[in-house]
Design a protein around this ligand. Structure first.
Ligand code: C2E
Ligand code: MG
Ligand code: MG
Ligand code: MG
Length: 272
């Protein structure tokens, strides 16, 4: 009897696994179709100066307008896109729209995200320059966000890309800082101009044991300042976090308190 139950459970497990892989196959097929139809769009979230509350730029955040399922967030398909290698094509569709949108706004920068493997591809920088040139857009108004994962492998190639971008005036910001294998030494080994303090640290500032998180964030902010690197606090959700970041000397903030990610029509036009 016990053996029979085990077998049943085994079959249920197989069934669940089968179901899951069918779903991801289906999603991958959807993703390929969505690339052909260009069913993606950037939402824009403001990045705000903590000194005077002005909007200095926006982060472009990928959204997928899925035929049957509505608006999908990156969390629902980005790992599939990375595993299948399809994310690079999605990224370029987003960058094209961002560069076009840049031309239509008076001021401020827009930052785009790039997956680690995509950033390491040898033509990343030149292809980006081509896109900017074709649109007549100012490279100084585009920023690129990479994570520490992008810096882990193939340092010579990564360095070359970072210097290519810097030469053209494109600022690179280190995203989700503190969640990876980081290493403060990255900050002077690589030409990084800004770092984004991960949301988990901002959330931790006033949580239990907030004191140690505060010490950590304060240390990162002051080291960055010494190195001439801008700091951006991510995931600012309340006034207390905002004030603490400001008092620590953090330069900029981003989060639901300051503005949600919104379609271009809503966000970018407000700053004009
Ligand atoms: P990220 O670059 O760290 O982006 C910040 C994420 O935090 C966004 O999630 C944003 O909506 C969310 N967020 C902003 N403020 C708050 C807040 O106050 N509270 C909370 N709880 N969350 C907040 P989203 O849009 O779901 O994007 C998730 C991740 O997907 C991004 O993290 C980025 O790593 C990746 N991603 C987004 N767009 C692209 C893209 O065009 N290409 C690639 N390769 N990756 C992208
Ligand atoms: Mg980002
Ligand atoms: Mg981030
Ligand atoms: Mg993050």
């Amino acid at each position: 009897r016990a053996k029979g139950m085990g077998q049943d459970r085994c079959m249920l497990f197989d069934e669940a696994m089968r179901e899951q892989s069918l779903q991801s196959l289906e999603l991958e097929a959807d993703l390929r179709r969505a690339i052909i139809n260009n069913d993606f769009l950037p939402f824009y979230q403001p990045i705000v100066s903590l000194a005077d509350g002005s909007v200095v730029g926006h982060e472009a955040l990928l959204r997928w307008q899925h035929e049957g399922r509505g608006l999908l967030l990156p969390g629902e398909f980005i790992s599939l896109g990375e595993e299948s290698g399809l994310i690079e094509q999605v990224d370029w569709l987003i960058y094209e729209q961002v560069v076009r949108d840049l031309a239509g706004t008076a001021s401020g920068y827009v930052s785009v995200n790039v997956s680690p493997r995509h950033f390491r591809s040898s033509e990343f920088a030149t292809r980006l320059f081509g896109l900017l040139d074709a649109a007549g857009a100012d490279p100084g108004r585009l920023r690129v966000e990479i994570t520490e994962m992008a810096l882990l492998e193939d340092a010579p190639r990564t360095l070359r890309t970072l210097y290519q971008l810097r030469e053209r005036g494109i600022v690179v910001q280190l995203d989700d800082f503190g969640t990876g294998y980081s290493a403060l030494s990255y900050l002077h080994r690589f030409p990084i101009s800004a770092l984004k303090i991960d949301r988990s640290f901002v959330a931790g500032l006033h949580a239990d044991n907030g004191k140690s998180t505060q010490a950590l964030v304060e240390g990162v902010v002051s080291l960055a300042r010494t190195l001439g690197i801008e700091t951006i606090g991510e995931g600012v959700e309340d006034e207390r976090q905002l004030r603490t970041l400001f008092e620590m000397g953090c330069n900029f903030g981003q989060g639901y308190l300051l503005g949600h990610p919104m379609p271009r029509e809503v966000t970018l036009h407000k700053t004009e």
